[in-house]
Design a protein around this ligand. Structure first.
Ligand SMILES: [Zn+2]
Length: 241
């Protein structure tokens, strides 16, 4: 990765990008470029602990999650981020939303897009977002999809997050990236999400487990923490990498 690499991250809910890609996102923020789109606050589906507070309101939940996001992106070194504030659980996509994402892709011209993988056994929003982002990436390349002022983009490579229940969601790591360099930043970003404290240990252990796989598959002993992803398209290049 270098300054010509543009990573566009599309996260369904407030914290998905941190649990599942925070280490890699921090690396891109450090060495390349990151644009982050958070489609919803996850107020209905991923803020259970906040709803245990007496007299809680949707507005307050969103406010709390907004503050958490602001703190988390700071920890990851991400400055270019947008929260589109769509309703979650259930998240519905329409043509207006599709045009908005196509415009975003054409504006950012990502070399890589990181979002949810196609299967997530217990989270229909994640599956809907996976399909939405895949379609937008394809539409962004088509000359016939006319959006004034937005020239077509080159097809970006697409990568999918590891879902929460990996095996139940038929997840198989296809790409494992070392995040040892930025793991502390990921940990600090995870600690920003008070609404989901049980996930901090869980994803800390996951990063260690994938670190073990990273060492075993590569022989690189210095890899301590890693994140795993799927890829939507085969690797294409002039040599094996
Ligand atoms: Zn989510």
């Amino acid at each position: 990765m270098d300054k010509n690499s543009n990573l566009l991250v599309v996260s369904a809910h407030a914290a998905d990008f941190v649990w599942r890609g925070g280490g890699v996102i921090a690396k891109y923020a450090k060495h390349a470029n990151v644009s982050l789109v958070i489609l919803s606050y996850g107020a209905r589906g991923e803020s259970n602990d906040l709803w245990n507070i007496e007299g809680q309101t949707l507005e307050n939940v969103k406010k709390a999650r907004h503050e958490e996001i602001e703190e988390a992106v700071k920890q990851l070194g991400v400055t270019d981020y947008e929260i589109w504030d769509y309703e979650d659980y259930h998240m519905e996509m329409n043509s207006e939303r599709m045009d908005r994402l196509v415009k975003k892709i054409r504006e950012v011209k990502p070399t890589d897009i990181l979002t949810h993988g196609p299967k997530d056994a217990f989270n229909p929003d994640h599956e809907a977002v996976s399909k939405f982002v895949f379609e937008a990436s394809v539409l962004s390349t088509s000359n016939g999809v006319r959006l004034d002022g937005y020239a077509t983009a080159k097809q970006a490579r697409l990568f999918g997050f590891e879902p929460h229940q990996s095996e139940i969601s038929d997840f198989k790591p296809e790409v494992i990236l070392d995040i040892t360099e930025t793991y502390e930043q990921k940990e600090a970003a995870m600690n920003c999400f008070a609404a989901q404290p049980h996930l901090i240990d869980y994803y800390g252990s996951r990063a260690k487990l994938r670190g073990n796989h990273a060492r075993r598959c590569s022989g690189e002993k210095e890899y301590r923490y890693a994140e795993a992803f799927t890829r939507f398209f085969p690797y294409v290049g002039g040599e094996f990498i």
